[in-house]
Write a protein that binds this ligand. Structure first.
Ligand code: SF4
Length: 318
């Protein structure tokens, strides 16, 4: 059996079990090595090792302005690594311009993305958290890249959202490689209709308006604008309410093909999903079963029914 092509995703080295932390330890993320690695070709980077800090090394932390903090040694603020970590982030962002996502280590003054403590002159962290210096430089260079942190990936909804974005990003990259045209962008939008509706019905409609006169625009420029709006939309979390809306729409395509009894059963399952008695995988599997028996060329191409490989089991927990 041929192996599926893996997609390249950046990751903090310590999350792969590499003993590169300041004290020689690691922060092995089993989700990455045991599950995601079946489809992700991980590209590890340890910025602190990359700038030559070595192991063991003095721990560092963020200080100063939460918007632009400095990364300094905890016991000697004169040892300032901000510039080296920033330059390393910019260099790696230029080298790795083919990544489709990035998993960063949480809380790290170099790699943390969302909630890194920034210490103030009084010795306490500011109320507002900051972002690690390397992560900031990398993300600033690739603002649409799907990124997540190790801790947040324990949340099933955030995990599913991240993987959905990574695969959407990879699908778009493949389209760009083939060459963008008005018709390929419209076809992509058509395939992502129900995925987008699950994230935001309003944004789906807005994107449709953006493409209304696609033939009159330069496809590369239109593609850039479309892709930016697409990734922003996918970044907002789908809810049980919006998923239920999509499931009901999909069910509508079956109304002429399934029996009254089957319809009642499907309705019951969707309702049980809506009221949180069942995970999303159950109604989606039942819908796929019916569409296997009664294929619909439009629905069978929908990314919503296959946003990523089934064996990642991400819809079992949401
Ligand atoms: S968090 Fe980043 S800098 Fe710290 S050990 Fe892990 S990879 Fe290296």
């Amino acid at each position: 059996m041929t192996q599926p092509m893996k997609i390249k995703v950046g990751i903090s080295s310590c999350l792969l079990g590499e003993e590169v932390r300041y004290d020689g330890s690691h922060k092995h993320l089993r989700l990455a090595t045991d599950s995601l690695s079946r489809y992700f070709d991980f590209v590890p980077e340890c910025p602190e090792m990359g700038i030559g800090m070595g192991v063991p090394r003095k721990p560092i932390r963020l200080v100063g302005d939460v918007e632009r903090p400095r990364a300094v040694a905890i016991h000697d603020q004169e040892l300032d690594y901000t510039q080296s970590l920033t330059a390393f982030g910019e260099q790696k962002a230029a080298e790795h311009d083919d990544l489709t996502g990035y998993i960063f280590m949480k809380n790290s003054p170099s790699c943390g993305v969302f909630r890194v403590k920034v210490y103030q002159d009084n010795g306490y962290p500011a109320q507002t958290p900051g972002r690690g210096v390397y992560a900031r430089a990398f993300i600033d260079a690739h603002p649409l890249l799907p990124v997540e942190e190790s801790g947040r990936l324990c949340d099933p909804t955030l995990r599913e959202n991240f993987v959905t974005r990574v695969f959407a990003y990879a699908n778009w990259q493949a389209l760009e490689k083939e060459g963008l045209s008005a018709s390929t962008i419209l076809d992509f939008h058509s395939r992502y209709k129900y995925t987008l509706m699950a994230h935001s019905p309003n944004k789906y409609a807005e994107l449709g308006r953006m493409l209304a006169d696609a033939g009159n625009h330069d496809p590369v420029d239109l593609g850039q604008r479309y892709f930016a709006a697409l990734m922003t939309t996918l970044g907002s979390l789908a809810s049980r309410k919006t998923h239920t809306n999509v499931l009901m729409h999909l069910q509508g395509y079956l109304k002429k093909n399934i029996s009254r009894h089957e319809k009642a059963e499907l309705n019951r399952i969707i309702e049980q999903y809506r009221t949180a008695q069942l995970p999303l995988i159950v109604p989606v599997t039942l819908l796929k079963h019916h569409f296997n028996n009664h294929p619909d060329p439009y629905i069978n191409r929908q990314a919503y029914l296959q946003p990523y490989p089934d064996d990642l089991s991400l819809r079992n927990a949401i």
